[in-house]
Design a protein around this ligand. Structure first.
Ligand code: FES
Length: 189
C-alpha cells in the first residue's frame, strides 16, 4: 500500500500538471478579444532605481506674509492707520494689498498671530468712517467668529488680514485698538 504522503504529493503533481496545461490568456489576447479595452492609467516605465532617485523636488514660492509691492505713480491708493498713541500713518498702497500686510510692512504694531488665516483676532482694526465700512464686502462667518473674541469690538470692527484695498477704499482710515487678544499666547498657558 502506498504511503499517504506519497499519494498526496502525486495528487499535487497531477494538479499542477493540469494547471500548467490549461492555456492562460495573455494580455495581448485579452486586448484582441475586447477591442474597446483601453488601459485607464499609463504608468511610467521604471528602467532602473537611479531613474527614481534622480528625480528632484519641486517647490512653489511661498506666499510671503507682509510682502508688498511699491505702487506705480498715479495708481496708488491711500490708507491711514491711527496707532495706539493716536499717531496717524498715511501709506500709499496697491490695490489688493490687505491691511495686515500693509501694517506689518510699515512696522506698525499689528501682531497677525495666525499669519492671516482668520484664526485669531490680533489683526483687529476699527474702521473710522461707516461710509468706508459699508463699501467693504461683508465679513464671512469665520471672521465674525474671530471678531467675537476681539477686545474693544465695535460696529465697524474688521480683521485687517481679511480687508483688501480696492479703489472704493481709497482714503480709508482705520484705528488700531488699544489691546488685542492672542488666545494662543495668553489663554492657553
Ligand atoms: S492675522 Fe489672525 S485673523 Fe488676521
Amino acid at each position: 500500500m502506498m504511503p499517504a504522503s506519497r499519494t498526496f504529493s502525486r495528487g499535487l503533481s497531477r494538479l499542477s500538471c493540469s494547471v500548467r496545461s490549461a492555456p492562460s490568456p495573455t494580455l495581448s489576447a485579452i486586448t484582441r478579444s475586447t477591442p474597446k479595452f483601453q488601459p485607464r492609467v499609463s504608468l511610467p516605465t521604471r528602467t532602473s532605481s537611479t531613474s527614481i532617485c534622480s528625480r528632484g523636488f519641486s517647490t512653489t514660492v511661498p506666499n510671503r506674509h507682509g510682502h508688498l509691492t511699491e505702487p506705480k505713480p498715479g495708481e496708488e491708493l491711500w490708507v491711514t492707520f491711527i496707532d495706539k498713541e493716536g499717531v496717524e500713518h498715511k501709506i500709499a498702497v496697491c490695490e489688493g494689498d490687505n491691511l495686515l500686510d500693509i501694517a506689518q510692512g510699515h512696522d506698525l504694531e499689528m501682531e497677525g498671530a495666525c499669519g492671516g488665516s482668520c484664526a485669531c483676532s490680533t489683526c483687529h482694526v476699527i474702521v473710522k468712517d461707516e461710509e468706508f465700512y459699508d463699501k467693504m464686502p461683508e465679513p464671512e462667518d469665520d471672521e465674525n467668529d474671530m471678531l467675537d473674541l476681539a477686545f474693544s469690538l465695535t460696529e465697524t470692527s474688521r480683521l485687517g488680514c481679511q480687508v483688501k484695498m480696492t479703489k472704493d477704499l481709497d482714503g480709508l482710515v482705520v484705528k488700531l485698538p488699544s489691546m488685542t487678544r492672542n488666545l494662543q499666547a495668553s489663554d492657553f498657558k
